[in-house]
Unconditional design. Structure first.
Length: 99
């Protein structure tokens, strides 16, 4: 179905289950495991700004897929010269903590 510039031919989805290695290449393992298991300390959650939400499976899934979408966007940009991830924007993290 055509929707202006957007069509079924140019909507892409990230991999459903991105490998841990993608995240561990740029994040401290303890921090990453804390995020994906919902076990970050309260102070870490407060710093990120999602206090009380980070134990929810839906939040964890959304965060992982958002990062996988960034990888997909880079792949598409390298192949086609341009790409955009409209789900991005809340992943701001350092190696061992979120911001």
């Amino acid at each position: 179905k055509e929707r202006g510039l957007v069509s079924d031919n140019n909507i892409f989805r990230p991999v459903e289950d991105p490998p841990d290695e993608w995240f561990l290449a740029v994040h401290d393992e303890d921090y990453y495991r804390g995020v994906v298991t919902g076990t970050l300390e309260d102070s870490a959650e407060r710093r990120i700004g999602f206090r009380g939400e980070m134990q929810q499976e839906a939040w964890i899934r959304r965060t992982v897929l958002e990062c996988a979408g960034t990888v997909k966007t880079v792949e598409l940009a390298l192949r086609h010269g341009i790409a955009a991830n409209f789900a991005g924007g809340t992943h701001h993290a350092y190696q061992s903590f979120g911001a």
